[in-house]
Design a protein around this ligand. Structure first.
Ligand code: 13P
Length: 240
C-alpha cells in the first residue's frame, strides 16, 4: 500500500520536526508490510526533507514540474532533473489544483514523459468535478484523461495513478464505496493494471470504510498528512 503525503503549499523548515514521529513509527512497523510512504512537500523543502529521511525507507516527491526536461529561461519553474537532483524519487503530475490553473492533458503528457526520462516515478492524478459526476460523465472524463495523459508512453512501470474526485478534495466527502470500487476497476482496466490510489478527504475517521474496498492500492492524503498523528493513524488502521 502507498501512503502519499501531499503537503500542498504548506510547511516550513520547522514542520520537518513532525516527521520524527513518523520515522519512529515506520521503523518498527515496516518490517511486516510492503507499504511505501512518500512525502511530497513544497519544492523549498524537498532537499531538507530528503536529508532528514535519507536513512529511512520513507521517500520524497515533488508536487509538480516544468514540462521542459532541459534547463532554460523559465522563471519560477523547476525541471525534473532538478527535482531528481534535490533527492526526490517521485513527482505528482496533473493534480486537479494545477489542472484548474490551466494544465491541459497534453501538457501533463509532456511532463510525465520528462519525469520518466529523468528517472522519476510519476504519481499521475485524474478525477472529475461534481458537475461531471452529476451528469454521469465520470468514466468518459477519466478515459480521456488517461488516454491523453499517457499518450505514446510505452513503459508505464514507473507510473501510479491517483484517482482524486475534485468534489471530495478538502470537502470531507468521499465517494460511496460501491461507486469507488467500480471507478477504480474502470481505471485499472483502462490503464492496464497500473496501481491506483484514492485521494480526497482521507482521514482517520473514514479510513476503515475505505479499507473495505479491496481494489485500492493506497491513498493520497492532503490535509491529514500535515498532522503526523493523523497520518500514522491512517496507516495503522489500514493494517490493524
Ligand atoms: P485532502 O486530503 O486535503 O482532501 O486533499 C487531497 C489531495 O488533493 C491530495 O492530493
Amino acid at each position: 500500500m502507498y501512503f502519499i503525503a501531499n503537503w500542498k503549499m504548506f510547511g516550513s523548515l520547522n514542520s520537518l520536526k513532525s516527521l520524527d514521529k513518523v520515522i519512529k513509527f515506520f521503523k518498527n512497523f515496516k518490517k511486516n508490510t510492503s507499504s511505501k510512504i512518500i512525502y511530497c512537500p513544497p519544492s523549498t523543502l524537498i532537499n531538507p526533507m530528503f536529508k532528514k529521511l535519507k536513512k529511512t525507507p520513507i521517500q520524497v516527491g515533488a508536487q509538480n514540474c516544468h514540462e521542459n526536461q532541459n534547463y532554460g529561461a523559465f522563471t519560477g519553474s523547476i525541471n525534473t532533473i532538478m527535482i531528481k537532483n534535490a533527492g526526490a524519487k517521485y513527482v505528482i503530475i496533473g493534480h486537479s489544483e494545477n489542472r484548474q490553473n490551466g494544465e491541459t492533458d497534453k501538457l501533463i503528457n509532456t511532463k510525465i514523459k520528462s519525469a520518466l526520462k529523468s528517472g522519476l516515478k510519476v504519481i499521475f492524478c485524474i478525477g472529475e468535478t461534481l458537475k461531471e459526476k452529476k451528469k454521469n460523465k465520470t468514466n468518459r472524463l477519466l478515459n480521456k484523461q488517461i488516454t491523453r495523459g499517457l499518450n505514446k508512453i510505452k513503459s508505464k512501470k514507473n507510473i501510479i495513478i491517483a484517482y482524486e474526485p475534485i468534489w471530495s478534495i478538502g470537502s470531507g466527502l468521499i465517494p460511496k464505496s460501491k461507486e469507488l470500487f467500480e471507478t477504480i476497476k474502470f481505471i485499472k482496466k483502462k490503464a492496464k493494471n497500473l496501481k491506483v490510489l484514492y485521494g480526497g478527504s482521507v482521514n482517520p475517521k473514514n479510513i476503515n470504510e475505505l479499507n473495505l474496498i479491496n481494489n485500492i492500492d493506497g491513498y493520497m492524503i492532503g490535509g491529514a498528512s500535515q498532522d503526523a498523528k493523523k497520518f500514522i493513524d491512517i496507516i495503522k488502521k489500514t493494517y490493524i
